[in-house]
Design a protein around this ligand. Sequence first.
Ligand code: KG4
Ligand code: ZN
Length: 365
Amino acid sequence: MGFPPPLPGTVVFGIETSCDETAAAIVRRGREGEAEILADVVLSQIAEHAAFGGVVPEIAARSHLEHLPVLMRKALEIAGMEWADLNAVAVTAGPGLMGGLLVGMMSAKALALSRNLAFIAVNHLEAHALSPVLTEGLSPPYLLLLVSGGHTQLVAVEGLGHYRRYGTTIDDALGEAFDKVAKMLGLGYPGGPEVERLAAAGDPRRFALPRPMKGREELHFSFSGLKTAVRTAALSIETLTEQDKADLCASFQQAVIETLADRLQRACRKFRAEHPDLAAPAVVLAGGVAANRAIRAALAGVVEEAGFSLHAPPLAMCTDNAAMVAHAGLLHYEQGRRDLLSAPARARWPLDPNAEPAIFAGVKG
Ligand code: KG4
Ligand code: ZN
């Protein structure tokens, strides 16, 4: 499988607006076949959503509309290019929040039409899945654990367009669970970093919380019951002290770690069995939750024990950005794909169309 032959000199403009980051980037295929990031600008909307403790779709869409044109110009300026220097425009077409997707899609289509560029509608999950190819030159096959505010997936990346989903969340995404726990404890948004900070000063054994899905054969995730268990534990205390909060965060994070470790261990075994000849199998950790040091350290142990190497792209490439979208678009362009301007935005767009639907899984599946 692998990748199509590189086309040196190809320049792709990338656009990302599927959630709460507005982003534009330019990626070029270099002379040696390497992918070069010529510009990569991201505007996080965190401050606009903070008061609500989560992303508000309507606010996100309006903010993309306001900021995307400015970011697109800025990307061009940083790369020192003209619109005429581009070969293609790649845009996240889904999955994500419809309002934001439409802003990105219409902007990309207008650019493609007015400048006569190839148009490529990119799957956001695929862009994440291929990001270690861009950042570390990794080659498939490899095993991906994507844990962000919108997704929680285990995917075997076999080659361009070939992904096998091992598991997904049947309810909340992991980052979402961190954000909700933070919200119920009155911590800031996004909640992940706050929960991690408090957890460092807490007792992970104080509260007996469930380890959802641990020990189960299928590789799915579930975090909604764990979140409810944290709420029940919090409500059992009349006035939460700082120490209570720290202990709750530590107990929650520990439950998450044990669940992830169990899932990843099994996934490594499965991947290994399916690729018996692979000399140096790799696990890639991506998504905002991969920033959590306690989680990273625990999973590094699991991966090492399984005989895999661990790759965690730099944080800026783990979270939402347009360079990964431009890069996925570049690979598809090199493979000869060109999408019609009638391509739709898709709130749902599974990476692996053959994956059996996970029972109860909603949009995040
Ligand atoms: O990939 P990402 O930046 O964006 C989207 O999913 O759109 O992931 C953001 C998520 C948030 O839910 C945030 O709380 C979580 O990643 N996160 C963390 C940490 N840093 C960010 N979760 C746990 N520990 C962290 N240190
Ligand atoms: Zn994402």
